[in-house]
Design a protein around this ligand. Structure first.
Ligand SMILES: O=C(O)c1ccccc1N[C@@H]1O[C@H](COP(=O)(O)O)[C@@H](O)[C@H]1O
Length: 202
């Protein structure tokens, strides 16, 4: 099955429309203050309301408290919340009472987190590289043996390598940012379209 496709790091209405028209299933909006792709709730909300009913809007959080996550997700009209970093199961559970959650894990957390959330449709796992937004791919071959069905893949994905990653792991969804940009926070339209086309053809 063709994986779902998320393009992350949206910082403008223009790039949101560009990615939606290119064929992205989901757009990511990064609210983690450390990010070079930080977006304001106002812009994220305008962008969210510009892409129609079929495109999911994913709020991305790292190192933020529960109140802040829920407040920003609500203010910017997100439809999904993506949680990075060390978090208690209770934290994830609370967010999952309000939004479907993409729970980002590192390779060494995959088994424990996979077991913890197995069978819970509110929480989907995504494996990312140690440095989110760093554009460095994981060792996909080594991941094959421990890859749970239904898991998403991120980390250094781009038009030039996405077909290999999908072929090896068959992820349920894929997510990319840095290899689809002209500069941090600004999309490269050709790279976005090439990424979408490669995923849809996989
Ligand atoms: O991109 C960021 O700046 C970022 C900051 C904080 C948390 C997550 C971030 N991005 C996430 O990184 C991966 C993929 O990145 P890349 O393709 O390797 O550059 C993706 O999950 C983004 O949502």
């Amino acid at each position: 099955m063709t994986p779902r496709l998320k393009v992350c790091g949206t910082t403008s209405v223009q790039d949101a429309v560009l990615c939606a028209e290119a064929g992205a299933d989901a757009l990511g909006f990064i609210f983690a203050p450390i990010s070079k792709r930080l977006v304001t709730p106002h812009v994220a909300r305008e962008a969210s309301l510009s892409v129609g009913v079929t495109v999911a809007r994913v709020g991305v959080f790292l190192g933020q408290g529960l109140d802040e996550v829920l407040r920003l997700a609500e203010a910017s009209r997100m439809s999904v919340v993506q949680l990075h970093g060390p978090l208690s199961p209770e934290f994830v559970e609370t967010v999952a009472q309000f939004y479907p959650v993409l729970r980002v894990v590192k390779v060494n957390e995959l088994q424990t987190e996979g077991e913890r959330w197995a069978g819970d449709p509110r929480v989907t796992l995504m494996v990312d590289a140690p440095n989110p937004g760093g554009g460095v791919p994981l060792e996909w071959e080594a991941l094959k043996a421990v890859w749970p069905a239904g898991t998403w893949l991120a980390g250094g994905l781009g038009p030039e390598n996405i077909r290999e990653a999908i072929h090896l792991l068959r992820p349920a969804g894929v997510d990319a940012v840095s290899r689809l940009e002209r500069e941090p926070g600004v999309k490269n339209p050709q790279a976005v379209q090439a990424f979408v086309d490669a995923v849809k053809r996989s």
